[in-house]
Design a protein around this ligand. Structure first.
Ligand SMILES: [Fe+2]
Length: 294
């Protein structure tokens, strides 16, 4: 098992997870069922969290950092090439030290920003799953932990949209953010999911992935997807288990839906996938102009 451990310092957390958990439990008992899984701010003053948006591909990029650590180590999940300048400016303004630029999968709708980030910030390591067959500095597998300061992300394989899809989940423990946060890529979107007709996709596999790797998390786990096309920003496991129009169906019903979506050919796929297969290591100068500037 690969362990990525760079900066580990234990610092006290001023908020008490036990107190807050019992408080939210009390509240959830008083609320009607449909209101039981509300989103809330992180009960962990170590974590700095930002959700960023790229409007052309409707992609979310997530910035996470351990600000209780003297170095303020940070990581970016699913950066987009077009918004790298914005992301790196924010990292700088917040005084963070970017250590990882990670992807949930080989994207077909945009070019990853990891290559560009590596040219601009020496020392940053690109991260993607080993199963994706892509190039990156760090190739991750099931149960690996990605550590940044005293915080970590768990690696949960969630294939089905692509063969190498990963869901990153914040650590389980009293000194980790509560409620937990799951960065689901395209495996689980808010009230939807990624298509399964390209890149080694399989509707059956996606159904199993979501049910075994995401819906088994605590119901108040926050869902942060790679995209949203309707203006949603966050959901919860409990909410998607109740209201996701695809994944609340049985396996056969889900398969039927996915096989009859009649979606058009992804317009960026022929540019984005070859670039993203060399995730973080692409020779930017040798790439077609469209791949870096569009
Ligand atoms: Fe995707």
């Amino acid at each position: 098992m690969l362990r990525i451990s760079l900066l580990r310092v234990s610092l006290p957390c001023s908020s008490s997870p036990i107190f807050s958990l019992s408080q939210s439990h009390l509240h959830s008992k008083l609320r009607p069922q449909a209101m039981a899984y509300t989103t809330s701010s992180q009960n962990n003053n170590k974590l700095l969290f930002r959700q960023l948006f790229e409007k052309e591909s409707s992609t979310y990029t997530y910035l996470l950092a351990d600000v209780s650590h003297p170095d303020k180590p940070a990581l970016l999940i699913d950066p987009v090439d077009k918004t790298v300048e914005r992301d790196l400016t924010l990292v700088k303004e917040l005084g963070l030290k970017l250590i990882y630029a990670m992807n949930t999968h080989v994207h077909a709708d945009h070019v990853t920003g990891t290559g560009l980030i590596k040219t601009k910030v020496p020392g940053v390591k690109s991260v993607i799953s080993k199963v994706s067959n892509s190039k990156a500095d760090v190739l991750i597998e099931a149960d690996d932990k990605i550590r940044f300061g005293d915080l970590f992300l768990e690696v949960r394989p969630t294939p089905g949209h692509t063969l190498g899809c990963i869901t990153y989940v914040t650590g389980d423990g009293p000194d980790q953010p509560q409620p937990r946060m799951a960065f689901t890529g395209d495996a689980l979107l808010i009230r939807g999911c990624g298509r399964t007709d390209f890149q080694g996709g399989s509707s059956l596999q996606l159904y199993k992935s979501v049910h075994s790797q995401i819906f088994t998390l605590p119901k108040d786990t926050l869902i942060y997807p790679a995209h949203d096309y309707k203006g949603f920003t966050v959901s919860t496991v409990g909410e998607e288990m109740l209201y996701n129009p695809r994944l609340t169906k049985d396996e056969e019903g889900f398969k039927n839906i996915m096989e009859n979506l009649n979606l058009s050919y992804p317009k960026m796929i022929d540019i984005a996938v070859p670039a993203n297969m060399v995730c973080g290591l692409q020779d930017l100068a040798a790439m077609p102009v469209e791949a870096t500037s569009n």
